[in-house]
Design a protein. Sequence first.
Length: 572
Amino acid sequence: MSQIAVENKMQLGQLLLARGIITDGQVEKALAEQKDKGHRKLLGELLVEMNYCTENQIASALAEAYDVPYAQVGPKICDVKALEILPREFLEEHIVLPLFKVYDVLTVAVNEPTNVFLIDEIERISGCKTQVVCATSKDIKATLQTYLPAANVFVIDDIIDDEGLEDFTLIENIAQDISNIEEIAGQSPVVKLVNYLLYNAVRENASDIHIEPDDKKLRVRYRVDGKMYEKIRPPFQMHPAIVSRIKIMAELDIAQRRLPQDGGIHVLVEGRPIDLRVSIMPGSFGEKVVIRVIDPHKVLFNFESLGFTYDNLQLFRKVIQAPNGIVLVTGPTGSGKNTTLYAALAELNNEEVNICTVEDPVECNMAGINQFQVNQKAGFEFSTALRSLLRQDPDIIMVGEIRDGATANIAVQAALTGHLVLSTLHTNDAPGAVTRLLDLGVAPYLVSASLIAVLAQRLVRKICPNCKSEYEPSASIRKIVEGLGDEAVKFFRGVGCKKCRNTGYAGRIAIHELFVPNEEITGMIGEQAGLKEIKNMALKNGMIPLQADGIEKVKAGIVSVEEVLRTAQDEQ
C-alpha cells in the first residue's frame, strides 16, 4: 500500500479529483444525491450512475492509490484451476476472482483493494500467500459467470465402466402412473446409466447425444467430429425412465409426452462445468431425446486455432476492424459459424466499444459483451430484438442468424448508420451470400453499399496423428488435385486405431473461402450481375475457393484429400 494513501487516507472523491477525472461540482452533486438516498449507495456507484466516470477509472484510481496492479480481467487471463481453490459461495459473495497460482502465491482480482479483512480471509481459506489485483466488479462477475455453473448443478460422479453396463437391473414393467415413473427415474440404475452417457460424451468429445427409441429397441448414438456412431443399446424397458430422468434434470414437465420440450442442464464432469441443451420430441415409438454438449473450456476464442491460412487470417482481421458494414459467415448447420463469430468478438472486445449480440440461443457467455437471447414464444425475434438493440448505443452488433427479410433489412440499415454488423447465413459459397440477401428483399444498391466481406467455411476431420501414414490415392483423385495446380503433393490418411475408434480421424479443422468485394464487384452487385459473373471476378481478384484452401491443409498433412473433396465437392 502506498505511503501517501496510508497517511492521508485519501477518499475516492479526492483520488478522482487528483487525477482530473471528475470536478468539484460533480463530487458535490454526487454527495448530495448520496445524502438524499440515505447513504444507501456508495459514492463510486453514484458517480458511475451519473455518468461522471466509469468503473474502470475508479478501479484504476484505487489501484494506484493503494499501490496494487490494475487489470481488465477476463476469461483469457484466468486459470480455471485457480477458481477451485476458494468456495463458489465465497467468490460470489465477496466478488473475488482467483487468477492464477504460482508456487504458494495466489493472485486474486478484487474490486476493493482497501479491504484488508477480505485479504486475510482469502489467505486463511486458501492457505496461500495472496497477491491482489484491482479490477471492476462487472469484469469479475462476468468472468465468474463464464466459468462457474448455474446453481442447479448435477455432479456426474457416480460413473461406471463399459463392463458395468451388463449389471443394470432391467425395469421390465414400467407403470404408466407418472408418480411411479418419477420414482423409478431417480433409482440407481437409471441415474448411473444417464451419468454414464453424459460422462462418456464429454470424454469422447461428442457434440450431441441421441437417445432413439424404435420398435422394441433403444439405441444411444453420439455425434463425434460431425459423424454419428452407436454407443450402446440399453434395455428398451428403461426408455421411459431415462427420458424422465433427463426431464427432471432439465426441469421439464415429465407428464407432458405429446408436445416437444426444450431445456438445459448444468453438470460438473471431473470438476469442469458443462452445459447441456436438451430437446425432446414425441415420436412413433416414444420420445426421442437429443442433448447438445457444450464444453466452455473447448470453445476456441482465437483465430489461430480455427485453421485460417496466413493470408486469409490477415485479410479477415483487417475486415473486422472496419468501423461499419456487414461481415457474414456462411455455411451449413454445424460448420462452426458461431465459433468464428465468437473468435471475432473476442478479438474486438475492449473497454472502448459496446458489443451487443442477439442469439438463439446464447451458446457461450463472454465477459464484457452484452448478450441477449431471442424468445419466439414471447414474440422477441431477431428482427424485434435488433430494432431494440439499436437503441442500446452499440458499436458492434452480432446477430446469430439472418433468417428473414425484416432482419436482413434492419441489419443493412444498421451497417449503413455506423455500426459493424456480424451475422451468419446459409449459402453454398461466399459470393452466394449476395444472391441470398437479394432473395430476402434487400435492394441491390443497399447490398453493394453495406457488404464488406463474406467468409464461407466447412469443417473437415483431421487425420488421427496416432495412426497417420502416407499412401498413394487413386488416379482420379490425383488428377483433381493436379487440376488445382498442385502436382508434387504427399498424401496422408489415418489407417485406424483404438484412439480414433478405427475411423482414422481425430478432431476437426475449418476450411475457408473469403470474399471481400472491391469497387468493381460492388458495382456489379448494384447492377444485379449474375452470381457466376461475381464469383469469376472474385476468383480473378484472388479469392481462394474452399476446395483449394482444403488442398493447402492436405499438403500440410493435416487432412486427407478424400475428406476435403467430400466436404467441398459441391462448391466449385
